[in-house]
Design a protein around this ligand. Structure first.
Ligand SMILES: [Fe+2]
Length: 131
Protein backbone atom coordinates (compact mmCIF):
# COMPACT_ATOMS: atom_id res chain seq x y z
CA UNK A 1 0.00 0.00 0.00
CA UNK A 2 1.36 3.40 -0.95
CA UNK A 3 1.65 6.31 1.43
CA UNK A 4 2.47 9.90 0.57
CA UNK A 5 5.24 9.90 3.19
CA UNK A 6 7.03 7.26 1.13
CA UNK A 7 6.86 9.54 -1.93
CA UNK A 8 8.53 12.58 -0.35
CA UNK A 9 12.17 12.67 -1.36
CA UNK A 10 14.88 14.64 0.38
CA UNK A 11 18.54 15.38 -0.26
CA UNK A 12 21.10 18.14 0.13
CA UNK A 13 19.81 21.08 -1.92
CA UNK A 14 23.39 21.84 -2.95
CA UNK A 15 23.60 18.54 -4.82
CA UNK A 16 20.00 17.87 -5.90
CA UNK A 17 18.12 20.42 -8.01
CA UNK A 18 14.62 19.49 -6.83
CA UNK A 19 15.08 20.15 -3.11
CA UNK A 20 13.52 23.37 -1.82
CA UNK A 21 16.29 25.46 -0.24
CA UNK A 22 14.95 27.32 2.81
CA UNK A 23 16.60 30.59 3.81
CA UNK A 24 15.60 32.31 7.07
CA UNK A 25 17.22 33.64 10.21
CA UNK A 26 18.09 30.81 12.59
CA UNK A 27 17.21 32.97 15.60
CA UNK A 28 14.14 35.15 15.46
CA UNK A 29 12.57 37.49 17.98
CA UNK A 30 9.36 36.31 19.63
CA UNK A 31 6.36 37.69 17.75
CA UNK A 32 8.45 39.68 15.26
CA UNK A 33 7.92 39.26 11.53
CA UNK A 34 10.74 37.50 9.70
CA UNK A 35 11.20 36.53 6.08
CA UNK A 36 11.44 33.07 4.59
CA UNK A 37 12.73 32.47 1.07
CA UNK A 38 12.31 29.09 -0.58
CA UNK A 39 14.11 28.44 -3.85
CA UNK A 40 14.11 25.31 -5.98
CA UNK A 41 17.28 24.90 -8.01
CA UNK A 42 19.32 27.35 -5.97
CA UNK A 43 22.67 25.67 -6.59
CA UNK A 44 21.83 23.52 -9.63
CA UNK A 45 19.17 25.06 -11.86
CA UNK A 46 16.09 22.95 -12.46
CA UNK A 47 14.70 22.95 -16.04
CA UNK A 48 11.86 25.39 -16.60
CA UNK A 49 10.08 24.33 -19.77
CA UNK A 50 6.53 23.56 -20.74
CA UNK A 51 7.37 19.86 -20.51
CA UNK A 52 9.45 19.88 -17.30
CA UNK A 53 9.11 22.40 -14.50
CA UNK A 54 8.44 23.03 -10.82
CA UNK A 55 4.66 23.30 -10.50
CA UNK A 56 4.31 24.44 -6.87
CA UNK A 57 5.95 25.02 -3.52
CA UNK A 58 4.22 24.80 -0.14
CA UNK A 59 5.62 26.15 3.11
CA UNK A 60 4.59 24.95 6.58
CA UNK A 61 5.53 25.74 10.17
CA UNK A 62 5.55 23.06 12.86
CA UNK A 63 5.99 24.33 16.42
CA UNK A 64 8.24 22.12 18.54
CA UNK A 65 6.31 19.36 20.27
CA UNK A 66 3.15 19.78 18.20
CA UNK A 67 1.69 17.18 15.88
CA UNK A 68 -0.01 19.25 13.19
CA UNK A 69 1.80 21.74 10.92
CA UNK A 70 0.45 25.17 9.98
CA UNK A 71 0.42 25.91 6.27
CA UNK A 72 2.14 29.27 5.75
CA UNK A 73 1.86 29.53 1.96
CA UNK A 74 1.33 27.56 -1.20
CA UNK A 75 2.38 29.05 -4.51
CA UNK A 76 1.49 27.61 -7.91
CA UNK A 77 3.92 28.42 -10.73
CA UNK A 78 1.74 28.61 -13.82
CA UNK A 79 3.80 30.09 -16.66
CA UNK A 80 6.19 27.65 -18.30
CA UNK A 81 6.70 29.01 -21.78
CA UNK A 82 3.50 27.80 -23.41
CA UNK A 83 1.58 30.12 -25.73
CA UNK A 84 -0.93 29.85 -28.55
CA UNK A 85 2.07 29.17 -30.83
CA UNK A 86 2.91 26.04 -28.83
CA UNK A 87 5.21 24.79 -26.05
CA UNK A 88 8.18 26.98 -25.04
CA UNK A 89 7.25 29.88 -27.32
CA UNK A 90 5.94 32.57 -24.97
CA UNK A 91 9.28 33.55 -23.29
CA UNK A 92 7.21 33.88 -20.09
CA UNK A 93 8.43 31.65 -17.27
CA UNK A 94 7.49 31.60 -13.57
CA UNK A 95 10.61 31.12 -11.44
CA UNK A 96 10.34 28.69 -8.51
CA UNK A 97 11.11 31.19 -5.74
CA UNK A 98 8.78 31.93 -2.84
CA UNK A 99 9.18 34.78 -0.35
CA UNK A 100 6.85 34.89 2.64
CA UNK A 101 6.76 36.72 5.96
CA UNK A 102 5.85 34.99 9.19
CA UNK A 103 5.74 35.65 12.90
CA UNK A 104 5.56 33.15 15.72
CA UNK A 105 5.99 33.06 19.45
CA UNK A 106 6.95 29.41 19.29
CA UNK A 107 10.22 27.81 18.13
CA UNK A 108 9.88 25.05 15.57
CA UNK A 109 10.64 23.96 12.05
CA UNK A 110 9.96 25.50 8.69
CA UNK A 111 9.03 22.72 6.30
CA UNK A 112 8.95 23.14 2.54
CA UNK A 113 7.63 20.83 -0.16
CA UNK A 114 8.14 21.23 -3.90
CA UNK A 115 6.54 19.42 -6.80
CA UNK A 116 8.22 18.75 -10.15
CA UNK A 117 5.74 17.72 -12.84
CA UNK A 118 8.03 14.81 -13.78
CA UNK A 119 10.08 14.00 -10.67
CA UNK A 120 7.45 14.31 -7.95
CA UNK A 121 7.58 15.54 -4.38
CA UNK A 122 10.65 16.87 -2.53
CA UNK A 123 11.01 18.20 0.98
CA UNK A 124 13.36 20.00 3.31
CA UNK A 125 13.25 21.67 6.71
CA UNK A 126 14.99 24.31 8.78
CA UNK A 127 14.81 24.77 12.55
CA UNK A 128 14.03 28.18 14.02
CA UNK A 129 14.98 29.33 17.51
CA UNK A 130 12.85 31.99 19.22
CA UNK A 131 14.52 34.45 21.61
FE1 LIG B 1 12.36 17.68 -12.40
Amino acid sequence: MSSIKNLLQSADWKAEKHVPAIEAQEKITKGQVFEITVTVGKQIAHPNTTEHHIAWVAVYFLPNGEKFPYQVAKIDFLSHGASVQGPNTSTIFSEPVVKVSLKTEKPGSILACSYCNIHGLWESSKDIIVE
